[in-house]
Design a binder for this molecule. Structure first.
Ligand code: ATP
Ligand code: FE
Length: 379
């Protein structure tokens, strides 16, 4: 199978050609970080206009780079949801027009299912089902149990902000400079990681409080990032200075420390809470979504899991060797059309129907309701 994938759910216009033998023949992604910095985030109409401009170029370039024509493609896949309606509709129209005009099969893909299954495209020895997936992105912060490639249970969700969005807002609060090709979250990571510039004129800032951190029987099983952002805003307003690079580094560090401590704490508590028969049969923990590219987070998750498996934190032991961590390659953690094409390939390989041309978008769509509005009958 050769599938052309199109992704336009948020601010990246992406097109890719992927084959069923797990080859990414081409991947072209045109991002809008410069636009976003003008508006202080994704502006729905500006983002939609940018997709109108960029989606056709991405498709043309990805076919050219793969050395293929539409006649070589078996199916066209696009992101059906969740995402911003106006943005989704541009990729949808491009995909439906191409599929209809060239009589190809059409597949509308769930964006988070695609993030969740990216690893099966890139990892030579992926974990067997069931496994856990930590989805950390601009629009989601969820711990999910994947029972198969289309059966998901959400074990943990966020009560308020999503972690990627919190990183972006924090970068704005700290007034970090914008970058044409890097997201504000990854800029904050660099600031937090870089050593302070000498002479360091700022005494270390105290840590921000960690939400929902009580380790009692009444633990709340959820993430929450809004409070950390408010605490950061309070610290910044008290500093009452235009921030120097040293201060920006310190502020980035205390924000990232608090957000990641909270993430790992709630994850650890949730893993403990999982029924031991399920926990002991887990194939691993896959971390995916844009925030999974953060190397500090990767280090802290590894430390937490090795603590957990050694029982040092008083946690009920998982398998002796612990839960193995998996990540897609960094360039496939953020939005890309290769994951959309790949999710469609898995669906077609499972013998499920392709979609009709009048399939509606689903801007709000839970991973638990993948096929609740369409007959998922094998061919
Ligand atoms: P969703 O997938 O939930 O619909 P999205 O598609 O907008 O949301 P992704 O493209 O998967 O999100 O991820 C982008 C998010 O990841 C942005 O919020 C960005 O700031 C964040 N991000 C990217 N790199 C990093 C990093 N190194 N550290 C922290 N956050 C990061
Ligand atoms: Fe995404």
């Amino acid at each position: 199978l050769v599938v052309l994938g199109i992704e336009s759910s948020a601010d990246d216009s992406s097109a890719s050609i992927v084959t069923s033998d797990r080859n990414i023949l081409s991947l072209v992604t045109i991002s809008q970080h410069a636009e976003n910095s003008k508006y202080g985030g994704i502006h729905p109409l500006a983002a939609q206009s940018a997709h109108v401009k960029n989606v056709p170029s991405a498709i043309a370039r990805c076919l050219r780079e793969a050395g293929l024509k539409m006649s070589d493609v078996d199916a066209v896949a696009y992101t059906r949801g969740p995402g911003m309606r106006g943005c989704l509709s541009i990729g949808e129209m491009a995909a439906k027009g191409l599929a209809a005009g060239t009589e190809k099969r059409l597949v509308g893909v769930h964006h988070m299912q695609a993030h969740a299954l990216t690893l099966l495209l890139t990892e030579p020895r992926p974990p067997p089902f069931p496994f856990l997936i930590l989805l950390v992105s601009g629009g989601h912060t969820q711990l999910v149990l994947a029972e198969s490639s289309d059966q998901f249970k959400i074990l943990l969700d966020t009560l308020d902000s999503k972690i990627g969005d919190a990183f972006e807002k924090a970068a704005r609060v700290i007034q970090l400079p914008a970058h044409p090709t890097r997201s504000p979250g990854s800029i904050l990571e660099s600031y937090a990681a870089s050593p302070s510039l000498p002479p360091f004129d700022l005494s270390p800032l105290p840590a921000l409080p960690i939400p929902l951190s009580m380790n009692t029987a009444a633990q709340t099983h959820a993430f929450s990032f809004a409070g950390i952002l408010s605490s950061l805003q309070r610290v910044v307003s008290r500093l009452d200075l235009t921030s120097t690079p040293s201060e920006q580094r310190e502020l980035s560090r205390i924000f990232q420390d608090a957000a990641v401590s909270h993430l790992t704490l709630k994850l650890e508590q949730a893993i403990n809470y999982i029924d031991p028969t399920i926990r002991n049969g887990l194939g691993g923990l896959v971390v995916s979504g844009g925030v999974a590219s953060n190397l500090f987070i990767r280090g802290e998750l590894k430390a937490m899991l090795s603590r957990t498996s050694k029982g040092k934190s008083g946690v009920i032991g998982v398998q002796k060797e612990g839960i193995q961590l998996f990540y897609p390659p960094i360039q496939l953690c953020t939005d890309n059309a290769a994951m959309i094409a790949w999710a469609a390939i898995l669906r077609l390989q499972a013998g499920l129907d392709s979609d009709p041309y009048d399939l509606p978008l689903r801007p709000k769509w839970s991973l638990e309701d993948l096929y609740d509005d369409q007959p998922a009958t094998p061919n």
